[in-house]
Design a protein around this ligand. Sequence first.
Ligand SMILES: NC(=O)c1ccc[n+]([C@@H]2O[C@H](COP(=O)([O-])OP(=O)(O)OC[C@H]3O[C@@H](n4cnc5c(N)ncnc54)[C@H](OP(=O)(O)O)[C@@H]3O)[C@@H](O)[C@H]2O)c1
Length: 437
Amino acid sequence: MAIGIGLLGLGTVGAGVAGILATPEGRHPLVGELSLRRVAVRDPGRPRPVELPAELITTSPEAVVDDPSVDIVVEVMGGLEPARSLILRAIAAGKPVVTANKAVIARHGEEIAAAAAERGVYVLIEAAVGGGIPIIEPLKQSLGGNRIRRVSGIINGTTNYILSRMAAEGAAYAEVLADAQRLGYAEADPAADVQGGDAADKIAILAGLAYGGPVPRAAIPAEGIDRLDARDVAYADRLGYVVKLLAVAERVGEVAAAEAEQPLDVRVHPTLLPRQHPLAGVNGVNNAILVEGDPVGQVMFYGPGAGAGPTASAVVADILNIAGIRQVGGEGAVGLDPLLAASSWRRCALVDGSDTRHRNYVRLQTRDEPGVIGRIGTCFGEAGVSIQSIVQFEADDPVAEIVVITHEVRESQFRGALAAITGLPEVQTVAACLRTL
Ligand SMILES: NC(=O)c1ccc[n+]([C@@H]2O[C@H](COP(=O)([O-])OP(=O)(O)OC[C@H]3O[C@@H](n4cnc5c(N)ncnc54)[C@H](OP(=O)(O)O)[C@@H]3O)[C@@H](O)[C@H]2O)c1
């Protein structure tokens, strides 16, 4: 029996989904059971890459959700509202939802999950993180037997494209961004990508799944690449590192009991990765997520993080999951599968950043005179910060550029050392400060 699909949005992702549904040959036979019944757009006159009968198209997204022939609602319109209200409306009507909308899930996921659990319907979100890379389902299901230690990823294709070109060409950030906008790899307003907000949305979602409870999105510190200097990318290269915008969610201390809060360190920032690190070779618009767990060890998920085809692949996978359950009469009859529904089973709390431990890269501009490196080393030593390397690079006379890479140190101690260094008369400025793996 055909399963009715309602699409909210027929843009990049929506058109990709419609394209798959229109060409079921060679795909799983269940794809042939999916029937597109209603599609909401803002402007019906806009040319589209897929041709659909005019009677399917409406400018009323509510009409799609309410249409009795629509069994599954697919939200690919983006934005917070009306997307959130439409998802809740579908749930209230007992209709399962598939969405690619990380912004809405990162901010309203708890409310949506509670409504879905109450009504007994699935809300599936594979396309919300990593585009075509299967990562949501592995975290919910395939890796469910693990205690997750860390999830770290390159989960924003725009910034990875910019960083890859800065590294390969030695080009400045602003120059590559302008080019990326011309080529369609960056939005006209790139703020959410380059300031780290998009990656923070996605790591909030991944952390919530990896650790079993919602993570407060607003509390995640996010630093982007918009202030990154090409010099730091070049110096990192000379020291054996590459710079990537990394999103990290890490368990702090031991595994908390199910009834206790799990402390987590969750953050987004440009990071120096040793060249041999598994994420260091991920270039261009590709994404990758490294999951470290006990007992699995390290597993990495790699692939296209965006685009019509890859994202539609993830959306259709979710639709098929629901269609499969529906076909065997499971939906509603036996309650929700707790692994697929990803119900939360504990609370998570973010730790104070000053208590976390990291390695650091610091670039200082100083007067070019004897003894400066020694005095900087003394400041670090007195604050209990051990140095892995300290190198002077040539700069414009009379300024010297000194780059320090520390061993792992508590953030508060590192900040104390920097305050002392800034007070040295020879030190003109702390020009850059980046995390290092
Ligand atoms: N693009 C990607 O590669 C990608 C990857 C992963 C996740 N996502 C997520 O997928 C979602 C969709 O992204 P997209 O790139 O496909 O966006 P898009 O190209 O801008 O498409 C949005 C679609 O929604 C329609 N729409 C927006 N507001 C509407 C409203 N109020 N009423 C009716 N229709 C409305 C638009 O209609 P018109 O066409 O008439 O303007 C358009 O068809 C977003 O949440 C995004 O974050 C995208």
